[in-house]
Design a protein around this ligand. Structure first.
Ligand SMILES: Nc1ncnc2c1ncn2[C@@H]1O[C@H](COP(=O)(O)OP(=O)(O)OP(=O)(O)O)[C@@H](O)[C@H]1O
Length: 305
């Protein structure tokens, strides 16, 4: 478990993290979301004791990171731009990590297999693609078989197959009862991977909720209708108190959005008034849109202060 309590980090005049409090529970993937510069990496560095909080604290399994014995066997992390000695092979990099952290050498082969790097384990890391480097970073995080895992933007550099692989891996790790905390600026990817979300903007907590709840609270649905007679449809719907707006989604002749009504009621109205429609159906605003809306509002609020 990770407990973040009143966490604050100031770099000179920049308030990177501003009084954050949340808990990351074991047994599920928790997505850590926010736009660029929101303070995700800074928060993760403080969890790992790589940065000192200006105020507040972080506990990993009830203790500050610095007080953990055998930290790599407790907490595994993939941070952005991980520094790996380029002249070393993947195998030697992991072997060195294992030997300096009292981790059984047998784990090296196991994690190489787990991340799909066995075939290239003797190659020098400097010849690795970004995706292979990400896999090596993930292997290093898994090496000590830790109960708590942090991944900062792990999707970066992975191809579509790699993204699906990572999604499955993260879910499996959580399924084994581990605490899995994953940062991303991609809402849609997190919606497929995480069960719980912590959303921040400008260093402040915006949401701490389940993915299901986030979707229910933030996705706006509407009925999309295309018709050769938009003026008549508008007046029929207006008479029923239903708001209709234009949709600029590229449909020929334009499409309309009816709000606060379900598809069934909308079609009944259409039929009752003998309106001609070419298409009618329920649409949901994407989570990406909801996320942008939520974080943009936070930015405006801060700037208005
Ligand atoms: N070492 C540092 N010195 C000064 N300012 C910093 C430092 N590290 C981060 N910041 C600033 O703190 C803020 C938060 O940055 P951080 O990297 O934590 O955000 P992030 O959410 O991880 O964003 P990204 O997705 O772009 O990595 C930014 O304004 C950044 O410029």
């Amino acid at each position: 478990m990770i407990e973040v309590e009143g966490l604050t980090k100031r770099y000179g005049r920049t308030l990177a993290v501003d009084g954050l409090s949340f808990t990351v529970e074991p047994g599920r993937v928790t997505g850590f979301l926010g736009p660029n510069g929101a303070g995700k990496s800074t928060t993760m560095r403080m969890v790992l004791g790589l940065d000192r909080p200006s105020a507040g604290r972080v506990l990993v399994d009830g203790r500050p990171y610095a007080e953990l014995t055998d930290p790599l066997r407790r907490v595994g992390a993939l941070l952005e731009a991980r520094a790996v000695h380029g002249g070393r092979s993947a195998y030697h990099h992991l072997l060195w990590l294992a030997q300096t952290n009292r981790i059984p050498v047998s784990r090296v082969g196991e994690v190489l297999e787990q991340v799909g790097l066995t075939a290239v384990k003797r190659k020098r890391v400097k010849g690795f693609s970004l995706g292979m480097n990400q896999r090596l970073g993930i292997a290093a995080a898994l090496l000590g078989d830790p109960g708590v895992l942090l991944f900062d933007e792990p999707v970066n550099g992975l191809d579509p197959e790699g993204i699906v692989w990572l999604r499955t891996l993260l879910k499996d790790l959580a399924g084994q009862g581990r605490t899995v905390f994953v940062s991303s600026h991609l809402m849609s990817e997190m919606a497929l991977t995480a069960e719980h979300l912590v959303v921040i903007g400008r260093g402040r907590l915006l949401a701490d909720t389940t993915v299901e709840r986030f979707i229910a609270d933030n996705s706006r649905s509407f009925v999309r209708i295309t018709t050769p007679d938009p003026a008549r449809l508008r007046s029929v719907f207006a008479a029923e108190g239903i708001q209709v707006t234009d949709l600029e989604d590229g449909a020929e002749g334009g499409a309309l959005a009816a709000h606060g009504v379900d598809a069934r009621r909308a079609s009944e109205l259409v039929a009752a008034h003998g309106l001609v429609v070419h298409e009618i159906g329920l649409r949901q605003a994407s989570l990406e849109e909801a996320f942008v809306r939520m974080t943009a509002a936070a930015v405006e609020f801060r700037e208005g202060m």
